[in-house]
Design a protein around this ligand. Structure first.
Ligand code: ASP
Length: 330
């Protein structure tokens, strides 16, 4: 094979269980995430050499539960810089599963290239029997090397499926098919070198997005509604000077009456409040289970609370004040 004609893919490693290590191959829960370096991850998948020429970088070595906004900024800028190079055809990011959906959506809205960007991860550490990381990595590189993946925004390749960063969410604490796109379903699949898309992404992303990463992120927190909820958390957040609050509401973004009063007070003090749902699928209707017009709140639509927080951070960082338009658009 003439490998010099293969696409050149940058693999950016950030840690996660895909780079996890346990003392015993039978351990799939007791292990340390983010300790195996990117070179070792690549060495475990010799078949990558048939798919792409790899440029590897270790961006971070963390458990993704510890992901932070400053690292999002670094990652997004590095991806843009690499994709601006003529000799890079796509990017794969290896990541932990815990906050993968947040990083993926952040990149979906901030990377400015149409070249493929694909995130992948693993549920089992690299040392486990039947580790899922190596095949997920091979599949992610296969997707990133595919011309069909261009222009679709940031993608997540996991367990043979290809998901849009906007819709995908982690739905299992242990299963290797841990990711789903509720309501919409996967975009397609990747198996044995074949990449097939079955639907496309309609909302704006990447170069069509109005957002950019920043070095000065606004503070946005998430508050849940539940039986007997009090106003203690909301009042403390307002006193601490947060710029935004996302509510993980019950059902269709409904909120305990006590919380509703606290949030209405927060809005009056200039805090942006977005109603999402803790349910895990479905959408939150504007003026549905609560009057957004009366409260001055915004409905998150189909974004879960964690993704709604990402969009609210980006929107506040951009200085936008038409938040409902933004949530209706992205
Ligand atoms: N805690 C790990 C992480 O998110 C879990 C995983 O990768 O599956 O980094």
């Amino acid at each position: 094979m003439n490998t010099s004609s293969l696409p050149r893919i940058a693999v950016l490693a950030t840690g996660g269980t895909i780079a996890g290590q346990a003392g015993d191959a039978s351990k799939t829960a007791g292990y340390k995430a983010g300790v195996v370096g990117v070179d070792k991850l690549l060495d475990a998948v010799p078949a990558l050499g048939n798919v792409a020429r790899i440029h590897a970088e270790q961006i971070a070595s963390i458990d993704s539960k510890d992901m932070c906004a400053a690292l999002w900024t670094t990652l997004s800028r590095r991806i843009d810089a690499l994709l601006a190079q003529d000799d890079i055809d796509g990017v794969v990011v290896t990541h932990g599963t815990d906050t993968l959906e947040e990083t993926a959506y952040l990149l979906h809205l901030t990377v400015k290239s149409a070249k493929p960007v694909v995130l992948t991860a693993a549920m089992r550490p690299s040392t486990a029997l039947s580790a899922d990381g190596p095949l997920n990595l091979l599949n992610a590189v296969t997707v990133a090397a595919s011309k069909d993946a261009a222009g679709k925004g940031v993608l997540v390749a996991f367990n043979n499926q290809i998901h849009s960063a906007r819709d995908v969410t982690k739905t299992s604490t242990y299963a290797v098919d841990a990711f789903r796109s509720p309501e919409t379903g996967a975009l397609g699949f990747v198996q044995d070198g074949r990449v097939e898309f079955q639907r496309t992404v309609v909302r704006p992303h990447t170069a069509a997005s109005e957002f950019a990463v920043t070095d000065a992120w606004p503070t946005v927190e998430i508050v849940a509604s539940y039986a007997d909820a009090s106003r203690v958390t909301v009042d403390a957040l307002v006193a601490a000077g947060v710029r935004g609050i996302v509510v993980a509401g019950t059902g269709n973004g409904s909120m305990h009456a006590t919380l509703t009063h606290a949030l209405a007070d927060a809005v009056k003090k200039g805090v942006a409040v977005v109603r999402a749902s803790r349910v895990g699928s479905g959408h939150v209707m504007r003026n549905g289970a609560a009057s957004d017009d009366a409260l001055g709140t915004v409905s998150a639509g189909t974004l879960n609370p964690y993704k709604a927080r990402v969009l609210l951070m980006l929107a506040l960082a951009s200085g936008a004040n038409d938040l409902q338009r933004i949530f209706d658009t992205y």
